[in-house]
Write a protein that binds this ligand. Structure first.
Ligand code: SF4
Length: 320
């Protein structure tokens, strides 16, 4: 690990004033410290923000402070099931007790080449190439990729929040803005090193989830190589508004398959007006992988994605 300066900020204005080129904010540290140990990230200044008043889960619209820990949010009774389940299926209990909500949304890809400074990686070192294209790409993305990068976005929480059309509040010395999470993440294109819309010196202060009472009927299904402490091969966040035996509204997003959390509007549109049956779910899932660019190691994800969506919808209806 390289040498770095360290400051603990006591207020939000102080944290924003301290932020500058080459600095990094520290909350739970479960991603930042990992990557600093590997020399993948080498901030000159680390700003501890754990004392900032960015906690709390409000009772009106669902607003989650960026410094809330994953385990606390997963247990909170106001949180929609799809969010609670996505959090409960993330990482390990120890990490969920440490990792913050804001940090979870900003975690870096789990592509092994990104974390190995001796291999080519456009995301870590722009212009160096992508070792995953010809290497081990079994866990990589099939949707939203480019010739420069095929990494998946690793956050389960982000998939659930994109399904619910949540936003993040971003604060800097220049002011604050609310950005829809679906627009916050950037597909890799020619600049995979630019992963999101966060500007220099900006901090996520809270997540805002629109009020959506029928999203109490929601769930998150995650398919992975082992049942704990593993990232998704494919996942599905689903919510259904079913009245009178007809699906009135649907939300569906996928993880483990996209370069960014992947909302599936074609699947949602197909579900509307149909009865909540397996036949409807299978028909709706059919276009889920349209536009996919599978690699030799991960072509299985095309079928896995569709089956994961059907499984999530079936398990949700089984609760009715
Ligand atoms: Fe790097 Fe992306 Fe290629 Fe992985 S997939 S090696 S993160 S450029």
């Amino acid at each position: 690990m390289r040498a770095f300066g360290f400051t603990a900020a006591r207020t939000l204005p102080e944290a924003l004033r301290l932020a500058g080129p080459g600095s990094a904010f520290l909350a739970g540290g479960t991603t930042l410290v990992d990557l600093m140990k590997l020399d993948v990230l080498t901030p000159g200044q680390v700003i501890d923000i754990n004392r900032l008043p960015l906690h709390g889960i409000s009772r009106d619209a669902l607003r989650i402070g960026a410094l809330e820990r994953m385990s606390d949010v997963a247990r909170h009774p106001r949180v929609y099931p799809v969010i609670a389940e996505a959090l409960a299926l993330s990482a390990s209990p120890q990490l969920r007790n440490m990792a913050s909500i804001g940090g979870n949304l900003l975690q870096r890809t789990r592509c092994g080449y990104f974390r190995d400074v001796h291999t080519a990686c456009n995301r870590r070192q722009p212009g160096s190439g992508c070792a995953a294209l010809t290497g081990d790409n079994r866990t990589h993305a099939i949707l939203g990729t480019s010739d420069a990068c095929v990494a998946t976005h690793p956050s389960d929480l982000a998939v659930a929040l994109v399904a619910l059309d949540a936003s993040v509040r971003l604060v800097s010395r220049a002011g604050e803005r609310l950005v829809r999470l679906a627009a916050f993440y950037r597909p890799p294109g020619d600049t995979p090193q630019v992963e999101n819309d966060l500007r220099p010196g900006e901090l996520i202060t809270e997540v805002v989830v629109p009020r959506l009472p029928w999203a109490r009927h929601s769930t998150y299904v995650k398919v992975r190589d082992r049942s704990s402490y593993e990232f998704a091969l494919a996942s599905a966040a689903v919510a259904l508004d079913v009245r009178g035996g007809v699906i009135r509204e649907a939300r569906v997003a996928a993880g483990g398959v996209g370069a960014v959390p992947w909302r599936l509007p074609a699947v949602e549109a197909t579900l509307r007006g149909k009865p909540p049956t397996r036949a409807s779910f299978e028909a709706a899932a059919a276009p889920a992988a349209d536009g996919a660019r599978p690699l030799p190691g991960n072509a299985f994800k095309v079928t896995l994605l569709k089956r994961t969506i059907v499984r999530a919808l079936m398990s949700l209806e089984a609760r009715s």
